[in-house]
Ligand binder design. Structure first.
Ligand SMILES: NC(=O)c1ccc[n+]([C@@H]2O[C@H](COP(=O)([O-])OP(=O)(O)OC[C@H]3O[C@@H](n4cnc5c(N)ncnc54)[C@H](OP(=O)(O)O)[C@@H]3O)[C@@H](O)[C@H]2O)c1
Length: 278
């Protein structure tokens, strides 16, 4: 029996992953802020109360998870929320809360688990990032920045822990039919008249119509994540959803074209005694 530690199992993707893991006969230690979901799996499902912004509650939860199960096999950093709107309209508080929940908390969770996983010489740390963290679109600059931060962290962490036997995967979903875009989750920066109504404003309004109409099925995403963990060589980066795949491909093509167009400029900055080396 494997044990998964999952943040944010109250609803959405976290709940779907918890259900898939339990259905496989494995154990879940999941964090919630309010009431735990009724998963009716005594001994197999343990809910711990943690707000992602509460450092000592998270420290306690990590310790507690090891007293529930001597070994933690998979850590899923899932809890998070979106912030939409123009950068000019965002407040200092919105910026700080977003990074606290979506960036500092998952990095902290990894930092707290690492010594234990290193001693185990096993473990798989998964970060639920977003396609916005690889191929950003209009209207979510701060959210994209947060998810890029976690993507970068995961890439470097993977290299750091590779010799210890710990695996790392950054999972970037496209649009999935959870509560992510509902009023209960997503936040929007608002200003009286900042001049972005026709650009960011329109995009944010259009996103409102996507709520509950997203192409991605969270249960299928959860099943893919469970399968991926079982793989002999899990990926460092995993995209979920055809929309994510198309956006990522388009972004890679843009980056390649721009690199090519500006290659001369890029190479032009080396010291002349280094020029022949590459
Ligand atoms: N759905 C998508 O289209 C999509 C796309 C790309 C990436 N993602 C990412 O997928 C992850 C899960 O989102 P979702 O789609 O499942 O959205 P969701 O249905 O809104 O669920 C969000 C989960 O995060 C938890 N959470 C939010 N803020 C928290 C905080 N301060 N402390 C503790 N828990 C907190 C929520 O707990 P409460 O119930 O207590 O609020 C809930 O369990 C997020 O990291 C999100 O950025 C989602």
């Amino acid at each position: 029996m494997k044990t998964w530690f999952i943040t944010g199992v109250s609803r959405g993707l976290g709940l779907a992953i918890a259900k898939a893991v339990l259905a496989d006969g494995d154990r879940v230690v999941g964090t919630v802020r309010g009431n735990p979901p009724d998963l009716e799996r005594p001994g197999q499902f343990h809910a711990l109360k943690v707000d992602m912004q509460d450092v000592s509650a998270m420290e306690f939860a990590v310790q507690k998870s090891f007293s529930i199960s001597g070994t933690i096999d998979v850590v899923v950093n899932n809890a998070g929320y979106g912030l939409l709107g123009a950068v000019e309209d965002s407040t200092e508080e919105e910026l700080r809360s977003l990074f606290e929940v979506n960036v500092f908390a998952p990095i902290r969770v990894a930092r707290l688990f690492l010594p234990h996983l290193r001693r185990q010489r096993s473990g798989h740390i998964i970060f639920i990032t977003s396609i916005a963290g690889r191929a950003p679109s209009l209207g979510a600059a701060l959210y994209s920045a947060a998810k890029h931060a976690v993507e970068g962290f995961a890439s470097s962490l993977a290299a750091e822990v590779a010799p210890t036997g710990i695996k790392v995967t950054a999972v970037a979903p496209g649009q999935f039919r959870t509560e992510f875009l509902s009023a209960a989750s997503v936040r929007t920066s608002r200003a009286a008249d900042s001049g972005y109504a026709e650009t960011v404003g329109r995009t944010v309004a259009a996103l409102g119509t996507v709520d509950r109409n997203q192409p991605g099925d969270p249960d299928k995403a959860a099943a893919m994540i469970v399968d991926m963990v079982e793989s002999a060589s899990p990926p460092l980066h995993l995209l979920l959803g055809t929309d994510a795949l198309l956006r990522a491909r388009q972004k890679i093509e843009q980056v390649k074209m721009e690199m090519q167009e500006w290659e001369e400029c890029t190479r032009g900055t080396d010291f002349s005694d280094r020029l022949s080396r590459y």
